[in-house]
Design a protein around this ligand. Structure first.
Ligand SMILES: Nc1ncnc2c1ncn2[C@@H]1O[C@H](COP(=O)(O)OP(=O)(O)OP(=O)(O)O)[C@@H](O)[C@H]1O
Length: 294
């Protein structure tokens, strides 16, 4: 028997709604504080994206959540269980897709999925999983002969094989072409629709914007903001910038009332406003602000 310590009684409202709860997490490497008092809440059923510059502490944090790295201090509950004390039963409830994938290059897609199915108490049907990641027409291809994007899909197949309640995805689309990325995103959205909670680490702001219900930005081992992609860093409150052109040249106007200003300009031009654009700060703009990159 494994001694799994449940932090909150099963069935309690907070526990049922929360997939990950972290308070005051700390982890140092020698004198370097990689994670320095980090708090995080991930709700069940959401896609949560962790963003942050290289070295901010994302991998250290996720590896602690996955039970692969020890911590110096703080409270951590993942699916109601402390990963530092969790056993096989808990491990079967989570799925992990790492940056470096399992070495199955000598096996076909089908053989690798069937092989890994033996590790789970109640695996999903291997052929269904292969279908879900769109590899049915490649099922007899050796993993080593797949393209980069197809290989990543196989990694996801192996990550979801146990029917996880919570899936960790570490930079899943690095090296994907735009079409493969869109297909992969559709796959992830489908997993959420089926009830899977997803913690996604990415450096692609468009990926976070497209996929994430909420985004957390880590800087120097702490979470500096958590919000929806639309509201992060007060983005929804920021002024819009109108740009247009007339006989005198290019114009730019920052405004809190873009609709009224566009109407006013349209009246002045008597119709179309030449080369009109209306923009708000992008997710990348507010992200770079939050990590102090300007
Ligand atoms: N095993 C280790 N020994 C010593 N220092 C480490 C170790 N692992 C990580 N670090 C340091 O801890 C800090 C946080 O690293 P971590 O890998 O968690 O960052 P990250 O946000 O995942 O970065 P990236 O975006 O580059 O993957 C970095 O300064 C890193 O050099």
């Amino acid at each position: 028997m494994t001694a799994e310590r449940t932090l909150a009684p099963a069935g309690e409202a907070g526990d049922a709604d929360t997939a990950i709860r972290v308070r005051g997490l700390r982890r140092a490497y020698g004198a370097h504080r990689a994670v320095d008092g980090l708090d995080l809440d991930v709700r069940r059923g959401e896609i949560f994206a962790l963003l942050g510059p290289n070295g901010a502490g994302k991998t250290t944090t996720t590896e602690i959540l996955e039970g692969y790295r020890s911590r110096d201090a703080g409270e951590v509950a993942v699916l109601g269980v402390d990963p530092a004390r969790a056993g096989a039963r808990w491990r079967a409830r989570i799925g992990i897709v790492l940056q470096e994938s399992a070495d199955v290059s000598g096996l076909t897609v089908r053989e690798s999925v069937r092989h890994f199915a033996h590790y789970y108490p109640k695996p999903r049907d291997p052929d269904e999983v292969i279908e879900a990641v769109g590899l049915t027409d490649r099922r007899d291809t050796r993993a080593g002969a797949l393209s980069g994007g197809q290989r990543r899909r196989l990694d996801v197949a192996l990550g979801i094989l146990g029917g996880p309640e919570l899936l960790f995805l570490d930079e899943p689309t690095t090296g994907f072409d735009p079409e493969a990325r869109r297909r992969f995103w559709a796959l992830i959205v489908g997993l959420r629709a089926a009830g899977t909670t997803i913690l996604l680490t990415t450096h692609y702001l468009d990926e976070a914007e497209h996929l994430a219900d909420r985004v957390g930005v880590i800087r120097a081992g702490r979470v500096v903001d958590v919000d929806t992609p639309e509201r992060l860093g007060g983005r929804h409150l920021a002024r819009s910038v109108l740009r247009w052109r007339d006989a005198e040249g290019a114009h730019e106007l920052a405004t809190a009332e873009p609709t009224a200003d566009v109407a006013r300009l349209a009246a002045r031009f008597g119709g179309e406003i030449p080369e009109l654009t209306v923009t708000r700060p992008s997710l990348e703009d507010v992200y770079l602000d939050l990590i102090g990159a300007w």
